[in-house]
Design a protein around this ligand. Structure first.
Ligand code: VGL
Ligand code: ZN
Length: 193
């Protein structure tokens, strides 16, 4: 499939943060492999004047998703810490919109649309199609893709720019099937220009 990137398209890079990368608090296996691929997507979007968004998990110390607070995850992406920083190897242009999510202690937000201004910013710019990749395929990428579809955006899942955690083996595969069955279109770098 060939897809031409337009100014009404948006790239949404999900949670490429130090804590989700090798050496971080909640590393996604091979998570660093998405960085060079995303840098190529960024180049294409910049050239085509597409919009670029990057979400980041941005939790308070007392977030409910942490084991110490009764959740299932090790403490990760605490707002303002090194672990919460987006990887410096990701070559984000200065115009990138940064979206913080999971900022309230009592709310888990796997979707970049949940309790954020992302939808508002996309609509304000007349965005029709979104291209979503990053970490982790079976959590925040999955839920951001489903959120975009349900809000009416035509949604592409960037398979080569995403990696998952597979807490249960098969989770990533099931996440991809779910996205496709809900209407996402799976593409890779060689499909876009
Ligand atoms: C994520 C687990 C916990 C993600 C965030 O970004 O996929 N996963 N918080
Ligand atoms: Zn989190």
């Amino acid at each position: 499939m060939k897809v031409k990137i337009l100014p009404s398209d948006a790239l949404i890079i999900v949670d490429v943060q130090n804590d989700f990368l090798p050496g971080g608090a909640l590393p996604v296996p091979n998570g660093d492999e998405v960085i060079p691929v995303l840098n190529e997507y960024i180049k294409v979007f910049s050239k085509a004047s597409g919009a670029i968004f990057a979400t980041r998990d941005w939790h308070p110390e007392n977030h409910l998703s942490f084991k110490e607070n009764g959740g299932i995850w090790p403490k990760h992406c605490v707002a303002g810490t090194f672990g919460a920083q987006i990887s410096k190897d990701l070559k984000l242009p200065s115009e990138t919109f940064i979206i913080n999510k999971g900022t309230r202690p009592e709310l888990e937000c796997y979707s970049g649309f949940q309790d954020t201004v992302l939808e508002h910013l996309l609509r304000e710019r007349g965005i029709k199609r979104v291209f979503v990749g990053g970490l982790a395929t079976d959590y925040c990428v999955l839920n951001t893709v489903l959120g975009a579809i349900h809000l009416g955006f035509f949604t592409f899942f960037l398979e080569d720019a995403s990696r998952g955690v597979d807490v249960k083996p098969g989770d990533v595969e099931r996440a991809v099937e779910k996205m496709l069955s809900e209407g996402a279109v799976k593409i890779e770098l060689s499909d876009i220009y």
